[in-house]
Design a binder for this molecule. Sequence first.
Ligand code: MG
Length: 372
Amino acid sequence: MRIRSVEPYILHLPIAGGGIRDSTHHVTHWGVVGARIETEDGLVGHGFTGTHAHLPSDRLIAGCIRDLWAPLLVGEDAQDSERLWTKLARFPPVQWVGRAGMTTLAHAAVDVALWDLRAKHAGLPLWRFLGGASGGEVAAYNTDVGWLSIPDDVLVDGCRRAVEEDGFPGVKVKVGSPNVTTDLRRVEAVRRAIGRDATLAVDGNGKWDLPTCLRFCRAAEPLDLLWFEEPLWYDDVGGHAALARATRIPVALGEQLYTQDAFHAFMDAGAVHWVQPDVTRLAGITEYVRVADAAHARRLPVVAHAGDMGQVHVHLAVWHPASTSMEWIPWIREWFEEPVRVARGIWLRPERPGASTTPTEEAFRRFARPIA
Ligand code: MG
């Protein structure tokens, strides 16, 4: 499985439904900045990171794949993905300038592509290649009905239908409005609509400060929230620890953390209850597994971020014993050869060999953007 070539690509995939807002982001397209790795015997692996389809920064990530990582990988054995992970992460010139950020996103793309290759070489879906399913079914909770840009009446009706008609065991509603009372009103209305049996989580996307979060939590505690996700600025360990001590609402985070060390800091401080790693943010599957193992050792549940935009996450959720549930946002899956799927609120196990990360020919034809 000697690596012949590593080629970056950029796809800007339109988001099904036209686009969304949360407290921090406005997104109309999802950026898939990918790596296509081909071996000398003609096997092809795909991996990608996810962006907000901002071409200048996507080009910088693609440049990292092409100029930093490809020269370190060509000629190597793709089976040695663990050793190659370290070769890239500990490459002194890049270690000096970029232990997190775009270099890590680019590292994610090539690491996932290597695991995709290994699973394809074995002729197995990645979750089976990793060791098979570790538990029962992995539930899907629906975030796509809970965006901040959705009007109140549509929000309430969409959440109710997701639970009553589509069989989702829970939903997540975005918060982080300028006025806390706006979000409290919306979350209370959703809780009334979906009943007490369905789970209800909220997600602030890092917008509020600690006093605002405390005010929200004091009022929201009777609503039996499953978690409050990214309540504060992403890297603020002390603030999250203070909030976790002050409220009965569990804290969830991780989608913006780049390293296992960052996760350790939050877990050691008691600042996170639901651990949410993302292979497209961490440096791929190799680092994801370290984070999930660390959470499991502390008996904390793992909920991989954004199943549809991660594609590969469903493999990890089915396989890793710390997994409990995973997010459902059906934005871009139709542009992959094996779209991830949910039926009656349960994630279906992929069946094809590999990591489900290969874009369709049509996706390349319609949505590829020039790298330079
Ligand atoms: Mg989130």
